[in-house]
Design a binder for this molecule. Structure first.
Ligand code: AR6
Length: 185
């Protein structure tokens, strides 16, 4: 599904984000930036070990050894990936919506888009942040993601934003949320 928002494009598709040819892809990382399972593991495997080295550099020199806080974003090159850049963000762990999880998830999308825009990037792919290991319910996550992205695109010229969903079920949930949002506009 593809929609136009103020001259920008928002696309939903099923696919593997490591194969995406958008200028940037977003990684659903953890605060250590040292890799992990899920989409994080797949991105590090496909990008090669230079990506891990770049993440270690950021931990040391930008974050003074600290972890990347939840909701924030940093950027590296994409190394062996088709994408030129990887934006690493840390989604919230779902704790029954007792810990500001919706706002923190929204920050992930907003800060990643902001950072991309600052770097002059015009196309970006997101995975469904926090809905795997971090257990954020997909239906609520889709509403947070799509609202944040569309709000951003309504006020900023950007280019193309792709949600790369990893299963038919996730795609169906995101599509239903987007249709509902568009019909209530
Ligand atoms: N392309 C697109 N989406 C993918 C891919 C892929 N290649 N692989 C998995 N997904 P998760 P989280 C989907 O668990 O919930 C890691 O260990 C997956 O099906 O990767 O934010 C990190 O290091 C799901 O829909 O991320 C953190 O410790 C979505 O990506 C922790 O997991 C997100 O699932 C982050 O957990």
């Amino acid at each position: 599904m593809k929609v136009e928002i103020k001259g920008n494009t928002l696309k939903l598709m099923i696919g593997d984000i490591t194969k995406q040819e958008t200028e940037a892809i977003v990684n659903a990382a953890n605060g250590t930036l040292l890799g992990g399972g899920g989409v994080d593991g797949a991105i590090h495997r496909a990008a090669g070990k230079e990506l891990l080295e770049a993440c270690k550099e950021i931990r040391k020199n930008v974050l003074q050894g600290k972890e990347l806080p939840t909701g924030e974003a940093v950027i590296t090159k994409g190394y062996r990936l088709p994408a030129k850049y990887v934006i690493h963000t840390v989604g919230p762990v779902w704790k029954g919506n007792t810990n500001n999880e919706e706002k923190l998830l929204s920050n992930c999308y907003n800060n990643s888009l902001q950072l991309a825009k600052e770097k002059g990037i015009q196309s970006i792919s997101f995975p469904s942040i926090s809905t795997g290991v971090y257990r954020f319910p997909v239906d609520l996550a889709s509403k947070v993601a799509l609202t944040t992205i569309t709000d951003f695109l309504k006020i900023q010229p950007f280019g193309e934003v792709v949600m790369t969903l990893f299963s038919q079920n996730d795609y169906d949930v995101y599509e239903a949320s987007l249709k509902e949002m568009l019909s209530s506009d």
